[in-house]
Design a protein around this ligand. Structure first.
Ligand SMILES: [Zn+2]
Length: 202
């Protein structure tokens, strides 16, 4: 659970002897997730009830970055201690390639929209609130990163953080910053697949 300047983690699962690597992954992901909330909601505030994706989605997306899971130094080290070769450089490279291909397939195909900017009590039909805020909410920045390219995407994310430092941001504010860096059709197509204009506030 996250609070500004404080996180609380139940580590009891980590002490279980079964599947130590899975337990380790859960723990690092939980710690990473709650630390990420120090940026999104802790420093850049947002309405957690009306736009839950804005802090949970960005936080979920950043989990890997904080613990360096994409390059996986810390994870590979612990996996090695547990005699697992799962987080080898080769496997991580392969996983990242698949993620990129999936994102590109999503961008290029005429896939149906997965709206994420609905309130907690009213997710889109057939979608669970948690999936909307956490999973699809994470997919949006992940696909944007591929559509914009890493440099532009992270420049925009830094700008969003600095612009709304100790302020409250909305989905519309996030989109304005993204479009400041890339207002191409490709990026707007991604935005239209995730964001329902019906729920955008000014
Ligand atoms: Zn969270």
């Amino acid at each position: 659970m996250e609070y500004p300047g404080l996180i609380m983690i139940d580590a009891s699962g980590f002490l279980q002897k079964k599947h130590p690597l899975d337990r380790y992954n859960e723990l690092t992901e939980d710690v990473s997730h709650e630390v990420d909330h120090q940026w999104f909601y802790g420093t850049v505030g947002s309405d957690e009830y009306m736009e839950p994706w804005l802090d949970e989605g960005l936080t979920n997306f950043l989990e890997n970055g904080v613990y360096d899971l994409t390059y996986t130094k810390s994870k590979a080290y612990c996996a090695n201690l547990m005699h697992s070769k799962f987080y080898s450089r080769k496997n991580v490279k392969r996983a990242n390639k698949i993620l990129r291909e999936n994102a590109n397939a999503f961008i290029n195909k005429n896939q149906k929209a997965n709206y994420i900017n609905y309130p907690v009590n009213n997710p889109p039909k057939g979608v669970d609130t948690e999936d909307m805020a956490y999973e699809l909410g994470m997919d949006f920045p992940a696909v944007l990163k591929v559509a914009m390219g890493e440099n532009k995407f992270f420049d925009a994310l830094h700008d969003y953080y600095q612009t709304y430092y100790l302020k409250q941001a909305t989905t519309q504010d996030f989109l304005n910053i993204i479009r400041k860096y890339d207002n191409s059709k490709k990026v707007n197509d991604v935005i239209n697949k995730f964001i329902d204009p019906k729920y955008l506030s000014e």
